[in-house]
Design a protein around this ligand. Sequence first.
Ligand SMILES: CCC[C@H]1O[C@@H](n2cnc3c(N)ncnc32)[C@H](O)[C@@H]1O
Length: 474
Amino acid sequence: MIEDKRLTDTELEAITDRITGDWVSRAAVDFADAVAFHESLPPHKRFAAVLENAEAVLCQPRAGVPRLDEHVELLQHLDEEGGADLLPTTIDSYTRDNAYEKAAEGLARSRETDSSELNGFPAVNHGVEGCREVVRRVDAPVQVRHGTPDARLLAAVTLAGGFQSFEGGPITYNLPYTSAYDLETTIEYWQYVDRLCGAYTERGVTINREPFGPLTGTLVPPSIAIAIVTIEGLLAATQGVRSVTLGYGQVGNLVQDVAAVRAMAAIGAEYLPDSVTVTTVLHQWMGGFPRDEARAHGVIGLAGATAALVEPTKVITKSPQEAVGVPTAESNAAGLRTTDQVLRMLDEQSITLDGVDREQALIERSVRSLLDAVYEAGDGDIARGTVRAFDAGTLDIPFPPSDAAAGDVLPARDDDGRVRLLKFGAVALDDETKRIHRARLDRRADTEGRELSFRMVADDVSAVSDGRLIGRPG
Ligand SMILES: CCC[C@H]1O[C@@H](n2cnc3c(N)ncnc32)[C@H](O)[C@@H]1O
């Protein structure tokens, strides 16, 4: 049975030996060379330092194209034309599924046809040297963004390649992404990823870890998202990670989003060890976007305003082409500038919103209740407790692609658009909390003159792409 225990150096080495050899040589990921490369980077290219010394909200896009030169040019464009403070390298879907042969074919086709035949950067195929070339040629810190349940080889390659931040985790890159792995397996895989990040940290190279808070990006109740990213932060801390960015996906109601990011920062500070520096990231709306680019900029603008009000450490931006696919460099840069414009216009204003404190207290109480259930299920061990809590449904997420979560919770927006639970399944929330959710949903039902039903959920799922927040009838 899995347990929340730090891997020994012998175990770390043995797994590195096991996962290298086919696509990447064991020697290529050798610590000595890798640490020397990291130490050659100037301070303004060190991810954790830039993140943790930030004096204003940092903006970071997602971006990745298959060929190396084009990827560097894309990142340089986002830095120079978009003003990105932190840079991504979004990994392609084949690599995320460990399908390195298919990624290799896509990269070859891209080179033959001078086009992008993959939806991201195939870092394993580019290898350690390719990653180092990207890191050398861009002028800001770079983070690996992906969605890989078994991210062990990707981590070994990209960390040896000079990337200093790695997104994801055993729950957040399992439940929303796949039905191929049970939680115990991905917790084991990510204990290796986190131990590798911890091993670099012990060698003087701080590697930042960022759990993927948005999960399915579809009406995820803040308390569930925050409980899950906190668990991943705790698992990472056990393995020696000392820089954790807790992530949360904007739901679109200003009061709830501001309350949620504040709650996430407070819970993170309370639950993670003092040895860990905790930062926060707000993801701009992760649900369906309007196709109309002006409306898409409206969504990005509201996300920018939300970031300006709650001031997370960083905000992950979207582009006006979100509804159509992988954005062009220009469109991706435009999303950054839209965000920056709103941040700057609100920066000098101090605005208070009514109701944030009450919502924050409700969210924090709910998170504590969920985490208590996890610790109880695991007799104090957060890894065991996570597996058992999801098995029991005391921890759960809405609409999971994975059957590792029961999916018995059903969310819907209340009358001012905050995400509540219509059905609770077996989640560990107290009766008072459930009463509050129900009362606020009843108010919406009264306003709309219809029963609480799945119809509301379906209406809410498409509301933003239809140009509003709440899926009102008619
Ligand atoms: C959680 C991931 C979903 C988001 O990730 C964006 N995304 C995926 N792949 C790329 C890419 N290669 N370049 C820029 N953005 C990308 C999508 O648009 C969506 O917003």
